[in-house]
Write a protein that binds this ligand. Structure first.
Ligand SMILES: CC(C)(COP(=O)(O)OP(=O)(O)OC[C@H]1O[C@@H](n2cnc3c(N)ncnc32)[C@H](O)[C@@H]1OP(=O)(O)O)[C@@H](O)C(=O)NCCC(=O)NCCS
Length: 170
């Protein structure tokens, strides 16, 4: 299985089908979705399985577009997901969702910084967007901490989001 990158405390790798139960444990918690489009629909097992089977079938290898399982190195636990979603050509959107018991440890910032540096050095991505609901303070703080600049609130999908951006100066 492909490892996208390792940080000091985390490892991000491709999914395997046996991740379904562990990711379901994270994504079935309604608190993970408070500020996302799944607010009223925490993932059920079927949704989790469809997501993982889709990601396995895509077999993403490079960091211009990928989703991976976030593993805590110390415990070996799958604690969430992260990735870059297609948005504008060569300008993807960063995403992270972590299990509640792992919030507040700096993990999302650790992941976000590495995703940006890896994508900027090893792919032809020319910039990365970050979107968060205006009242998603934790997510907005993470986007700021990883060097993104607030560029205003815009309509996104079916709602308004605060947009952040970082350009690749490579
Ligand atoms: C958003 C999320 C990824 C952050 O993960 P995390 O690992 O806890 O983030 P970090 O610890 O790296 O940083 C969080 C920052 O927000 C701050 N923060 C958290 N909650 C806050 C609040 N309610 N008000 C103000 N600041 C807050 C923290 O203090 C920290 O900033 P600091 O380092 O300056 O103190 C996590 O909360 C999550 O998975 N949420 C649910 C999914 C989601 O909303 N994802 C984002 C959109 S896809």
């Amino acid at each position: 299985m492909h490892i996208y990158f390792k940080t000091e405390r985390l490892l991000v790798r491709q999914y395997v089908v046996s991740d379904i139960d562990n990711l379901f444990r994270v994504m079935s918690d309604v608190r993970v979705h408070t500020y996302t489009k799944d607010k009223d629909h925490p993932w059920d097992r079927q949704r989790t399985e469809e997501y993982i089977r889709f990601m396995v079938s895509k077999d993403f290898r490079t960091l211009d577009c990928f989703h991976g399982a976030v593993i805590e190195k110390e415990t070996g636990l799958l604690i969430g997901l992260c990735g870059l979603n297609p948005y504008e050509p060569r300008e993807p959107e960063i995403e992270f969702k972590l299990g509640v018991s792992h919030w507040g440890k700096g993990y999302a910032s650790e992941l976000g910084s590495r995703i940006i540096s890896e994508a900027f050095v090893n792919t032809n991505v020319r910039g990365i967007y970050g979107m968060a609901r205006p009242d998603n303070t934790a997510s907005r703080r993470v986007l700021e901490k990883i060097g993104m600049k607030y560029i205003g609130d815009r309509a996104f999908r079916d709602h308004k989001d605060s947009f952040y951006y970082i350009a690749n100066s490579k």
